[in-house]
Design a protein around this ligand. Structure first.
Ligand code: 2IT
Length: 452
């Protein structure tokens, strides 16, 4: 009876979310993953029941959509759409990245902002959740075009952000170059030198280890998961997707810990390098990215002994560990089946929501060590939080200090997921653990602050 009621509650809740947010499949997917694990938990806690906490969390506090007009190198006017989703500020200023990619729309940014609320809560740092971006495509644009676009974007965004209000950072398509241009424009308009963005360059308030942090954190998390079965990264064959900032950090740290990475990928297909992507090959990924091509096949220009598989995903390669590090929904049920059939024991998400719901359920049913991005990729935003702290105290910490704090935070997130996600047979459902642990802190803050 009790079970039936909870199932019905989930269905009713999701029906409302779907009706309210039509044409937002990614957002609905992200909310559903949380709802199926958190609603049964709420049902066991008197203080949370009937407070519409999850319904409130699924409604952004504020959505800002704005026109971004700019002039390209041919003197032609271009018009893009800018967004900032201010999802939840119960535990701190809104915090989350900015994504520049042609696929950016309201659904994608709302899913990312929703995930960010739980992720930021898991870090234990005082950061609310937000996300922003534009359908602007930096690929193939000149530096000056990127600068003019960033300046036009910030001209409007600056009215809505600030070091105590909302602190954006990078995401897909927004790296050190874009953060620099965005920061410069904010500083000029407001006449304030503040920690309003993270991921800044070292010369103007950035933090050591921030570029590496997302990937390093992912691998620290995987190390913790493997430790629960008395195993480690050492000697493992590892499949990675993407070749951007997150994949780069994952590959570096996997190598440090004795693992062998055999794949990277791009929108064009994947590369298989049987000898392992190590040493100077890792730094070559930065060159590939800087070229602005976004083609994984370019790896073969320097390392022709590797193989390229056009239009395919790396999940068909036999591996022990998979780190999806590219983008949302890049790993589906068929991929999950292939990975499990090939003996993969650990899937640690490095991107945001890279696995479909069916794929996640398949991993859980097969007792794979599976971690959702909101837990395992939280090292990026956690280190952004450490950058904010350094800006506030006007000091810079050493790499060792930042890295040690990052590692401690990832160990803490792993423990929180375990505490809330451990099942009767000892298997840890990290999805459930992350969602509940992330939810509790935000829920407590929201209850304390009343209906606002
Ligand atoms: O998805 C993410 O956590 C990020 N893109 C980083 C956000 C941040 O504020 O550092």
């Amino acid at each position: 009876m009790e079970h039936y009621n909870v199932e019905q509650k989930i269905q009713e809740f999701m029906a409302k979310i779907e009706a309210k947010n039509p044409n937002e499949p990614e957002f609905i997917q992200a909310v559903k993953e949380v709802a199926v694990t958190v609603i049964p938990f709420i049902a066991t806690r008197k203080e949370y029941t009937g407070m519409k906490l999850l319904e409130r969390m699924a409604e952004p506090e504020r959505v800002i959509i704005f026109r971004v007009p700019w002039i390209d190198d041919n003197g032609e006017i271009q018009v893009n759409r800018g967004f900032r989703i201010q999802m939840n500020s119960a535990i701190g200023p809104y915090k989350g990245g900015i994504r520049f990619h042609p696929t950016v729309n309201l659904s994608v940014l709302k899913f990312l902002a929703f995930e960010q609320v739980f992720k930021n809560s898991l870090t234990t740092l005082p950061m609310g959740g937000g996300k922003g971006g534009s359908d602007f495509d930096p690929q193939g644009k000149s530096d000056m075009e990127v600068m003019r676009f960033c300046q036009a974007f910030m001209m409007e965004l600056c009215k809505h952000i600030g070091p105590e209000t909302d602190v954006p950072a990078g995401d897909i398509g927004v790296g050190a170059r874009e953060i620099g241009y965005l920061f410069g424009m904010y500083k000029k308009i407001r006449n304030e030198f503040t920690g309003v963005l993270t991921g800044k360059g070292l010369a103007y308030g950035g933090s050591l280890i921030r570029p590496e942090a997302t990937g390093y954190g992912v691998v620290y998390f995987a190390e913790q998961m493997l430790k629960t079965i008395d195993d480690s990264i050492e000697g493992k064959t590892v499949a990675v997707s993407g070749f951007g900032n997150v994949a780069w950090g994952v590959i570096k740290k996997t190598n440090d810990l004795g693992g062998k990475v055999v794949t990277i990928s791009g929108p064009d297909g994947y590369v298989y390098d049987k000898d392992g992507i190590s040493g100077e090959k890792i730094e070559y990924l930065l060159e590939m990215r800087a070229s602005g091509n976004n083609r994984a096949e370019d790896y073969l220009a320097k390392y022709p002994e590797a193989q390229f598989f056009a239009g395919r995903r790396p999940w068909e390669v036999k591996c022990d560990i998979a780190f999806p590090s590219a983008t949302q929904n890049e790993l589906d049920l068929e991929d999950a089946k292939t990975l499990v059939a090939n003996g993969c024991i650990c899937v640690t998400e490095a991107a945001n929501m890279p696995s479909t719901l069916d794929a996640i359920n398949y991993f859980l049913d097969n007792k794979v060590l599976f971690s959702p991005g909101k837990a395992s990729n939280a090292g990026g935003v956690a280190t952004s939080g450490l950058e904010m702290t350094q800006n506030s105290i006007r000091l810079n910490w050493s790499s060792e200090e930042v890295d040690a704090r990052l590692k401690e935070i990832m160990i803490g997130i792993h423990k929180a997921c375990r505490d809330y996600g451990k099942e009767e047979d000892g298997y840890v459902n990290y999805v459930k653990g992350a969602n509940i642990a992330g939810f509790v802190k935000v829920a407590e803050a929201m209850l304390a602050q009343g209906l606002v």
